[in-house]
Write a protein that binds this ligand. Structure first.
Ligand code: IPM
Ligand code: MG
Length: 370
């Protein structure tokens, strides 16, 4: 029996509630399918700060480095608004991304047919939407140095963040985007701001060169990131794969998420480079939504993004494509049945709790396995 080492980092807010629904699915797969998942657990974000005074402990970092994949819930909340910047909850997530070298963040935005009416856009604009945002995740302004606030001594302060990209970083993220495009509709749109940013000039140049040298069969277009945001809400179905930097990717993926009806629906995968010897990539899977402290602990959060993140984990870390397909079908089938958590509730549908949504998905998964 295969052994598959998973580290669960549920984090803060609704993270643990959402993770509990994935654990039900994992338990079923171990018992009924001999999936061989071995679970470790750790703390990240505010919960790690409360226990250890840091956003992630060295012990949990070591577990993450040793795991086949990490499942991450969400971090942050008002409770930790006053903690020092270096140990704020988000620092735990950023450290995981940086130390595991998870440079490729895959954020699919799929509009389930049953939810076309939950979008703030007209149904015909979003119905059947299936786009993939490939966000660079270990570079750019998130990590660039200097990153400082200096007192100028005249009653003024100066804040500096640094946007920085090297050729290899742009090359490897665009290669991921082109490769994934080949498995889809074979189109990539690269977004940057070459009209105001040097990093945008280099970004565009390197994406074009990578395309010419290795991926000329893929259709490539370039768009300024602001126009890209506008086009995403105007007619999102024009896109297949979007590749963009860390900060633009953060913003554009939230926009794309909302097209699908709810932030609670969107999964993501963060992948490293394949290991030279084993070919395995380090990987972390997380919902795009945050910790939503306002609804935490009430059992009303939508666990679908967390469950769909686990489906991505099955697909990308373990090659369990049939199981991943089945889990994604189970989610769609539950939605088709009119089962809804509060965030995606609409007239005539059945409103359920976090736990009941997880149970419904698992029941569908079992039925599809039979
Ligand atoms: C995301 C989040 C994070 C980011 C935060 C929590 C640091 O918004 O994953 O999109 O900005 O990358
Ligand atoms: Mg974000």
């Amino acid at each position: 029996m295969a052994t598959r080492k998973l580290l669960l980092l549920p984090g803060d807010g609704i993270g643990p509630e959402a993770m509990a629904e994935v654990e039900k699915i994992i338990a079923h797969m171990n018992v009924a399918e001999g999936a061989g998942f071995v679970l470790e657990r750790g703390l990240v974000g505010g919960s790690a700060f409360d226990a250890h005074g840091v956003a992630i402990s060295e012990g949990d970092m070591a577990k993450a480095m040793a795991a086949d994949a990490v499942l991450f819930g969400a971090v942050g909340g008002e409770k930790w608004a006053g903690v020092p910047y270096e140990v704020r909850p988000e620092a735990g997530l950023l450290r995981l991304r940086k130390d595991m070298e998870l440079f490729a963040n895959l954020r699919p935005a799929i509009c389930y047919p049953a939810l076309a009416n939950s979008s703030s856009l007209r149904p015909e604009v979003v119905e059947g939407l299936d786009i993939l945002i490939v966000r660079e995740l270990t570079g750019g302004v998130y990590f660039g140095e200097p990153k400082t606030i200096t007192d100028l001594g005249n009653g003024q302060k100066r804040a500096v963040d640094t946007q920085v990209y090297d050729t290899y970083e742009i090359e490897r993220i665009s290669a991921v985007a082109f490769e994934l495009a080949r498995t889809r509709r074979n189109e990539v749109c690269s977004m940057e701001k070459h009209n105001v940013m040097k990093s945008g000039v280099l970004w565009k140049e390197v994406v074009a060169a990578t395309h010419r040298a290795r991926f000329a069969d893929v259709k490539l277009s370039h768009m300024l990131a602001d126009a890209g945001g506008m086009q995403l809400v105007r007619w999102p179905k024009q896109f297949d794969v979007i590749v963009t930097d860390n900060l633009f990717g953060d913003m554009l993926s939230d926009v794309a998420a909302m097209l699908t009806g709810s932030l609670g629906m969107l999964p993501s995968a963060s992948l490293g480079a394949p290991d030279a010897k084993t070919g395995k990539r380090k990987a972390l899977y997380e919902p795009v939504h945050g910790s939503a402290p306002d609804i935490a602990g009430q059992g009303i959060a939508n666990p679908i993004a967390m469950i769909a993140s686990f489906a991505m984990c099955l697909r990308y870390s373990f090659g369990m494509v049939a199981e991943a397909d089945r889990l994604e079908k189970a989610i769609a089938a539950v939605l088709d049945d009119g089962i809804r958590t509060a965030d995606i509730m609409s007239d005539g549908m059945t409103k359920v709790s976090t736990g009941a949504m997880g149970d419904a998905v698992l029941a569908k998964y079992k039925a599809l396995s039979a």
